[in-house]
Design a protein around this ligand. Structure first.
Ligand code: KG4
Ligand code: ZN
Length: 348
């Protein structure tokens, strides 16, 4: 079926997202976030997130249906994030999706959250022609992917060997006394800072790393370097140059991410780079990527920030691609998988 009408459900972390698409056309994109309930803990509390999904699910679904001016009965299929993510949060979405699918007699597709982040770009820029290289940068994952077929085959080229990029942003923000989630706060602070003020490490970029870690990342070293810098500044009794630290940290992370992504495109002779996931909302990352992609003659595709962070529209977009590709629906007894690998696009 081409251009199917799909309802997408996302509950893998702290955002309850419901989206409706027709093929790659976005019809509704509603998100309820429980982030304010986690701020005082400095990170996501899984039990709190799960309960918030339960409370937000029906109102968010109603808003999405009303925005698209249709009912669940009108859709061709339902897609839900089956993993990876927090088990309790995923289970709320999967259980709700099963209830809707059974109640309205619709096929249900349990799909991969990471692949869905990449698929989100098609809602903004239309279908891409595979293969594409995708840099997936979120709070839990940092991966370089070769997407042979968004609905059928994704190859993992490299990933972080310790912290995810978003996790590094969140941890550094905490060191600087900025609220959770830290990415957007660092992005904002960095505007007023000097990115060359402090030289933070760029891990796994030396010639010796090329053999084993060419497309892998490591961000725990830069985080520790920021921690040491902050400690030294505090010991000296001076005022913390928050904007300079934020700008210098952000530059070191974004430099490495974009250099490796463009290198992967060139090594694989792939002409399109897609950047996806929450950290893709970062202004400096987008700037670096634009400069490097232009220099290398690569087409760059990055969705608008609202489609980079977790949402249901991306899940619906992947569901539509999966249906378009002729894949079977998930069996009725499929479960949530908190560690679902990116190569496992549909649960079957
Ligand atoms: O993809 P996402 O919404 O959720 C996960 O699947 O993890 O990503 C959330 C991550 C958080 O770590 C957040 O700090 C980061 O994305 N983030 C950003 C920005 N906006 C969100 N990081 C850097 N700059 C931003 N503007
Ligand atoms: Zn995500």
């Amino acid at each position: 079926m081409s251009d199917p009408l799909v309802l997408g459900i996302e509950t893998s972390c702290d955002e309850t997202g419901i989206g409706i698409v027709r093929g790659t056309e976005l019809l509704a994109h509603e998100v309820a976030s429980s982030v304010d309930e986690h701020v005082r803990f400095g990170g996501i509390v899984p039990e709190v997130a799960s309960r918030a999904h339960l409370e937000a699910f029906v109102p968010t679904l109603r808003r999405a249906c009303s925005r698209a001016a249709l009912n669940v009965d009108d859709v061709d299929a339902i897609a839900v994030t089956a993993g990876p993510g927090l088990t309790g949060s995923l289970l709320v979405g999967v259980a709700a999706a099963k209830a809707l699918a059974i109640g309205h007699d619709k096929p249900l597709y349990g799909v991969n959250h990471l692949a869905a982040h990449v698929a989100a770009d098609q809602l903004e820029h239309g279908r891409f022609t595979e293969p594409v290289v995708a840099l997936l940068v979120s709070g839990g994952h940092t991966e370089l992917l070769k997407v042979h077929d968004i609905a059928g085959q994704i190859e993992l080229l490299g990933s972080t060997i310790d912290d995810a990029a978003g996790e590094a942003f969140d941890k550094v923000a905490r060191l600087l006394g900025l609220p959770y989630p830290g990415g957007p706060h660092i992005d904002r602070q960095a505007h007023d800072g000097d990115p060359a003020a402090i030289s933070f490490p760029r891990a796994l970029t030396q010639p010796k790393d090329r053999q084993r870690y060419r497309w892998d990342f490591s961000f725990s070293g830069v985080k520790s370097a920021v921690a040491r810098h902050v400690d030294r500044q505090r010991a000296d009794g001076g005022e913390l140059p928050v904007s300079d630290i934020a700008a210098s940290f952000q530059d070191s992370v974004c430099d490495v991410l974009t250099a490796k992504a463009v290198d992967a495109c060139q090594a694989h002779d792939v002409g399109t780079l897609v950047i996806a996931g929450g950290v893709a909302a970062n202004g400096r990352l987008r700037e670096f990527a634009r400069e490097r992609a232009d220099e290398a003659g690569i087409t760059l595709r990055v969705p608008r920030p609202g489609l980079c962070t977790d949402n249901g529209a991306m899940v619906a977009a992947l569901g539509a691609a999966v249906i378009d590709g002729g894949h079977a629906a998930s069996p009725p007894d499929f479960g949530a998988d908190s560690a679902l690998p990116v190569s496992h696009i549909v649960v079957n």
